[in-house]
Design a protein around this ligand. Structure first.
Ligand code: SF4
Ligand code: SF4
Length: 427
């Protein structure tokens, strides 16, 4: 379905572009693809033309507008505030209306948006069978088939027991301080693929006397649907999440996925504003006000209990996820936390905030292209000699894990909160 409000807003942003070209210097795809139409300003121009009806949605235009990581490097630098992320959502919504969308992708997006229970049931059934499609490798499984150019790609192992299934009780704090309670928003990746990040988040918060509530009605944050321009799938999920998150009393809503956090903090309000849904817009703004990345919450709102330290000293490097660094400027907080871990030697890599190339579903649509972006990141990681790569985004971690396996770079890839958790537990 086409969304008039979003279209109008995208057209307004397209008119704001003054063609200064600052965005050309930061787009991770421009260098890989080449022509001006692959620059952010080129994409904004194409989007404006098709949305205004001055240009037809040809396969070439659709393909070019599909090639965007929604990494937000361009909007973070844009002097006139062009929201390329929203322009891409509007353009892709029109493309979907005009040329349709891949059936399998729609099924996956629909399931993530509204059928978490079904995915949980399927996960329990298929988890033991995953060896058929992939062989076990460090941090996941490597795809056996050359499907969409993804042969050998490290994919996550679906867990038989999703994160949310392990939490029935709301009150889990061992040493709650009066009035300190947060709600935790897990997101698809933590729930289905890497629940360890969720457990580490809960343990670290509890270690610091914060009660953690895990609202049970939560579902996908909507990022994959929004990035694909499928607002009709995203909006019900967004409203359901808002109801679940505001049903519990909590001083903050904590996320440990950079993209989920950006959705809660910005995109929910953005799309509800253009939908003219005043009731849910007000509620989305309340969610945005309360939402904190776990690194932000621990660094800024908690007097962190000193962790005893790692059992074995480790050399680590930190990758800035685009959805934490670009637009939200969460850079110093994770580093401040890491500096408090005895036994951790943090070395900065070159281009720490360069994109890892993941882009969520973009790495499914255009895996060979995302690999080329990823290669530079992996070279910079390897040059540090770090034993562990840290980041605040499960999606980045997966893309980095894939690159490290491909280039046979030894080492672990963990979420920031996982190493903090290890430092508390002395492992
Ligand atoms: S930086 Fe902003 S205004 Fe300048 S060309 Fe890029 S999108 Fe347009
Ligand atoms: S969001 Fe990222 S990939 Fe997309 S145009 Fe901007 S800088 Fe390039």
């Amino acid at each position: 379905m086409l969304h008039h409000g979003l279209t109008q807003q995208a057209l307004w942003y397209a008119q704001k572009c003054n063609s200064c070209g600052f965005c050309r210097a930061v787009c991770p795809l421009l260098e890989e693809i080449g022509p001006e139409s692959a620059a952010p300003r080129g994409r904004v121009f194409l989007a404006g033309e098709i949305l205004a009806g001055r240009m037809a949605v040809t396969p070439a235009v659709a393909a070019r507008l599909g090639q965007c990581l929604v990494c937000r490097h361009c909007l973070a630098i844009c002097p006139t505030g062009v929201r390329v992320d929203l322009v891409m959502m509007a353009a892709r919504a029109l493309i979907k209306e005009t040329v349709g969308a891949e059936r399998l992708k729609v099924i996956i997006l629909k399931s993530l948006a509204s059928r978490w229970q079904l995915i949980s049931a399927i996960a329990a059934l298929v988890a033991p069978l995953q060896g058929i499609v992939g062989r076990r490798v460090e941090g996941g499984q490597a795809l056996r088939l050359n499907w969409r150019g993804m042969a050998g790609r490290t994919l996550p192992v679906l867990k038989a027991q999703p994160f949310l299934k392990n939490y029935r009780s709301h009150n889990r704090a061992h040493t709650p301080k009066a009035g300190r309670r947060v709600a935790f928003f897990a997101g698809c990746f933590v729930n289905f693929v890497d629940p360890e990040i969720g457990y580490a988040t809960v343990r670290v918060l509890e270690e610091n006397g914060i009660e953690v509530v895990i609202p049970q009605g939560q579902t996908c944050c909507g990022t994959p649907m929004l990035a694909a321009g499928q607002l009709d799938l995203a909006l019900p999920a967004i409203r359901k999440n808002i109801d679940a998150l505001l049903a519990v009393e909590a001083e903050a809503i904590v996320t440990s996925c950079a993209s989920c956090g950006t959705s809660l903090k910005e995109w929910w309000g953005d799309v509800l504003a253009v939908e003219d849904d005043a009731v849910y817009l007000a509620r989305a703004r309340e969610v945005a006000r309360k939402t904190c990345d776990i690194s932000e919450f621990l660094a800024e709102r908690v007097e962190l209990k000193p962790p005893p330290g790692l059992k074995t000293p480790l050399k680590a490097t930190y990758h800035d996820p685009c959805h934490l660094a670009q637009g939200r400027n969460i850079r110093s907080q994770p580093r401040a936390l890491l500096s408090k871990i005895p036994g951790l030697n943090l070395v900065e890599m070159a281009g720490a905030d360069d994109c890892c190339g993941c882009g969520g579903f973009f790495s499914y649509d255009e895996y060979p292209l995302t690999r080329r972006v990823n290669e530079k990141k992996i070279k910079n990681i390897a040059a540090t000699g770090a034993e562990v790569v840290l980041s605040g985004c499960p999606g980045c971690n997966l893309q980095i894990r894939d690159g490290m396996n491909r280039f046979q770079i030894p080492g672990e890839v963990w979420h920031t909160v996982q190493i903090l958790d290890r430092a508390y537990r002395g492992v």
